[in-house]
Write a protein that binds this ligand. Structure first.
Ligand code: SF4
Ligand code: SF4
Length: 409
C-alpha cells in the first residue's frame, strides 16, 4: 500500500494551474523556479499518485525543500488543501526513500519528543552550553538554535500533571497542552497563559498523560509516530470542555486530529489557540483592555497561525488590550524560515528567510516583537540584535495586566 493511500489525494487534481499562489511562496520567491513552487509541487504529487512517475530524487528534492508554510493554501481560489497533500507526499517519501536522515528523524520526532525524560536530558545539555558559552564550537544550525533559546532552567519542574484554580468567579475548566519543548523551554509562556486564564475565571488542568502533539512528525511524513502521539493525547484530553494551546504549530495540528487518531475529531473541535480564546474574552469584557500606552510592538505572524488557522486579528487585539500599538512587518506574512526542522535540513534557505524577517522587524524601530510560535521565536531571536525582545502576545498581555495591578503574575 502506498503511503498516499492514508490521505485523500483526490484534491490534488483540483489545482487549476492559475499561478496565484506563486508570488506568496517563499521558495519560489528565492529561486524563481517552478519546481519549487506550489503549482510545481502539486503537479509532481499528482504524477506520483497517478503512477506516471516514481517518488525519485527529483520528487524528493521538490517536496523536501517545501517549508510546509501553507501560504499557498491561504490564497488558493480553488481551496486546494496543500497542507494535507504535503504531509501525504512526505509520508510517501518516508516509505519509498528511507534515508539515514529519515530514520534518525523517526526516532527524534517520535520517541524523543514523546518523552519528557529525554527532553529534560537534552535541556540539561543545552543549559550547559548556554552557561559555559560554548555555542561557538557547535555546527552552524545548532549554534543558531542555541542562540534562539531563552535562558534554560533545567531544574524548573514543568506544568504537566498540575492544575490551577481560578482567582475569581468560576467560568469553567480548560485543559492546557503543555507540549514537548514548550514546558521545558518556554515555561514563562505557560505561566502567562495559566495566569491569564485563571484570572479570567477558568480552572486550568494540565493532564499528566499528554505528550507531544505530533505536528513535527506529521510534517516529516512519520505517520506511525504522529498517529501514536495523537492517540495518546486523545486519551489524555478525553472529557475536557476546551483544549488550549499556546503554540501556534501545536494548535494548528490539534485542529486536524481527525486525520491522525480515532476519536481525534473530539480534540479537533474543542481546540483553541490561546490567542483566539483570550481575544474573545477581551472582546466580551471578561478580560480588561488597558488604557496606558506602553509603546510599539512588531507583530510576526507564525504561518501555522496566519495561513493554517487564518488567525491574524486576535494577537493584535490582545496587544492593543495590553496598551501597545501593533506594527505589521510584512503584508504577505512570508515564512520566517524556522518551519520545524527545516532550519536544520536547509540551513541556507532558512537563514536567508530569517535574516529578511529580522531586517523587517529592525526597520519598524520597535524594541519588542510578538510571536505566538516557539520555532519562530527562536528563529527571530537568533538573528535580532540583543536589545530587541521576542515574546508571546499572551506574555506581553499578562505582564501589562500584572504591572497595572490587575494580575498577580
Ligand atoms: S493558487 Fe491553487 S489552483 Fe492556483 S496554481 Fe496555486 S494551488 Fe493551483
Ligand atoms: S507550503 Fe509554503 S513553501 Fe511549500 S509550496 Fe506552499 S507556499 Fe511554497
Amino acid at each position: 500500500m502506498s503511503a498516499l493511500d492514508l490521505f485523500d489525494m483526490s484534491s490534488a487534481n483540483s489545482c487549476v494551474n492559475c499561478g496565484l499562489c506563486l508570488p506568496h511562496c517563499p521558495t519560489f520567491q528565492l529561486t524563481g523556479n517552478e519546481v519549487y513552487s506550489p503549482r510545481g509541487r502539486l503537479g509532481a504529487m499528482t504524477a506520483v499518485l497517478a503512477g506516471t512517475v516514481t517518488a525519485d530524487g527529483a520528487f524528493d528534492d521538490a517536496l523536501s525543500t517545501c517549508l510546509g508554510c501553507r501560504a499557498c493554501e491561504a490564497v488558493c481560489p480553488g481551496l486546494v488543501p496543500y497542507g494535507e497533500l504535503y504531509e501525504a507526499a512526505q509520508a510517501e517519501l518516508v516509505a519509498k526513500r528511507p534515508t539515514a536522515g529519515r530514520r534518525v528523524r523517526k526516532v527524534l520526532l517520535g520517541r524523543v519528543l514523546g518523552s519528557r525524560g529525554m527532553i529534560r536530558s537534552f535541556t540539561a545539555a543545552a543549559a550547559l552550553v548556554q552557561r559555559f558559552r560554548i555555542g561557538r564550537v557547535l555546527p552552524r544550525f545548532a549554534r543558531h538554535a542555541v542562540a534562539g533559546l531563552r535562558p534554560l532552567h533545567p531544574r524548573r519542574s514543568g506544568w504537566a500533571g498540575r492544575s490551577v484554580e481560578p482567582t475569581g468567579t468560576t467560568r469553567g475548566t480548560v485543559a492546557l497542552l503543555s507540549g514537548c519543548v514548550m514546558d521545558a523551554w518556554f515555561g514563562p509562556v505557560h505561566d502567562a497563559t495559566i495566569g491569564v486564564l485563571s484570572y479570567a475565571g477558568y480552572r486550568v488542568v494540565i493532564p499528566q498523560q499528554q505528550t507531544c502533539c505530533g505536528a513535527l512528525a506529521a510534517h516529516d511524513g512519520q505517520v506511525k509516530e504522529a498517529q501514536k502521539l495523537a492517540e495518546t493525547n486523545v486519551v489524555a484530553f478525553a472529557g475536557a470542555d476546551l483544549i488550549i494551546s499556546d503554540s501556534a504549530g501545536c494548535s494548528a495540528h490539534l485542529k486536524e486530529y481527525s486525520r491522525w487518531a480515532p476519536g481525534g475529531e473530539e480534540v479537533q473541535t474543542r481546540t483553541r489557540d490561546v490567542t483566539e480564546f483570550v481575544a474573545g474574552l477581551i472582546a466580551e469584557g471578561v478580560l480588561p483592555s488597558l488604557t496606558e500606552h506602553r509603546g510599539d510592538v512588531a507583530v510576526q505572524d507564525p504561518c501555522h497561525l496566519r495561513h493554517a488557522q487564518r488567525i491574524m486579528a486576535e494577537p493584535r487585539a490582545i496587544l492593543r488590550a495590553a496598551g501597545y500599538r501593533p506594527l505589521d512587518i510584512d503584508p504577505d506574512g512570508l515564512c520566517c524560515g524556522a518551519a520545524g526542522i527545516y532550519s536544520v535540513l536547509y540551513a541556507e534557505t532558512s537563514n536567508e528567510l530569517g535574516r529578511r524577517k529580522a531586517n523587517e522587524i529592525v526597520a519598524t524601530g520597535a524594541r519588542l516583537v510578538a510571536s505566538a510560535n516557539p520555532g519562530c521565536e527562536m528563529q527571530l531571536r537568533a538573528r535580532l540584535p540583543a536589545e530587541i525582545r521576542v515574546a508571546h502576545p499572551i506574555e506581553i498581555y499578562w505582564e501589562a495586566l500584572s504591572a497595572s495591578g490587575s494580575g498577580s503574575g
